[in-house]
Design a protein around this ligand. Structure first.
Ligand SMILES: [Fe+2]
Length: 267
């Protein structure tokens, strides 16, 4: 399993405040069967104003953490990328190798929860013209999406990738966000799940529990699509939509329900 979206590097953003906490997090990741962790440091977020996000510095930090992991027999491979805070400068920041992944194919982008991101469509279109596909992080936490989740249908048609947070599905941000996250998945709007792990407490890696929950409550095929898509991010390949699988599931469920109703009727 690959986790694409987390903050495991110590003391670079609002992730862990010590290497011990990073190790605890990554031990937990390994126990869940996560083999690859893409650390996505916050980039140009207002809370990063006094932080060093120089690419070479972060490469050094990730190599240092990888060395400590190896010394502690924690078999997780680290990768470096970022979670770009949305500003109307996406083309400019895409030149920084930190801000894209998969040979420059994808950029992970977050919005402020409560403010509509004016002009994002135009910025995303410009990115796409440059061959970069936007991945929108945790849309279930944005007010304008909570008010109308069918905006994601439009995003899907425009080729934006939708990444829901595992913690949201687990209910870490309340029942409302949990319900919305599951609804998004059941409508086939979602391509990817990311842990968005920040610490070794409540916001830790929880991919396995989330996938188990989704297998039990939605389908194994959906989880397969999410897992395969996380590999495609790293490989820089096109992602698969989950819509076809959801449509097939609904068709099958309707058929089974019709049979059940008929069986009940006959008895
Ligand atoms: Fe994040």
């Amino acid at each position: 399993m690959i986790d694409y979206h987390n903050h495991v590097l110590p003391n670079v953003d609002d992730g862990p405040d010590s290497i011990d906490v990073s190790l605890n997090m990554l031990r937990k990741a390994q126990r869940q069967g996560i083999t690859d962790v893409v650390n996505t440091v916050h980039f140009q977020h207002p809370k990063m104003y006094d932080k060093n996000v120089d690419y070479d510095y972060l490469v050094e930090q990730i190599n240092k953490l990888q060395k400590v992991l190896n010394e502690n027999n924690i078999n997780v491979k680290l990768h470096l990328s970022s979670e770009v805070f949305y500003l109307p400068n996406l083309i400019e920041v895409s030149k920084n190798p930190l801000n894209t992944i998969g040979n420059g194919k994808y950029m992970l982008i977050e919005f402020l929860p409560g403010i509509f991101p004016t002009g994002y469509d135009d910025q995303f279109y410009k990115l796409q013209l440059e061959g970069i596909t936007p991945i929108v992080a945790h849309p279930e936490r944005y007010k304008f999406i909570k008010e109308d989740i069918d905006i994601l249908k439009d995003w899907n048609s425009k080729g934006y990738i939708v990444q829901v947070g595992a913690g949201s599905i687990r209910g870490h941000f309340g029942d409302k966000i949990k319900t919305i996250s599951i609804e998004m998945i059941k409508k086939g709007y979602v391509h990817l799940i990311g842990s968005d792990a920040h610490n070794d407490k409540r916001r830790n890696f929880c991919l396995k529990k989330t996938y188990d929950f989704l297998e039990k409550n939605i389908s194994c095929e959906i989880v397969d699509i999410f897992k395969t898509n996380s590999q495609r991010v790293l490989a820089g390949e096109d992602m698969k939509s989950s819509k076809g699988s959801i449509d097939l599931l609904n068709t099958n469920n309707n058929f089974i329900n019709r049979i059940k109703r008929r069986f009940k009727f006959l008895n």
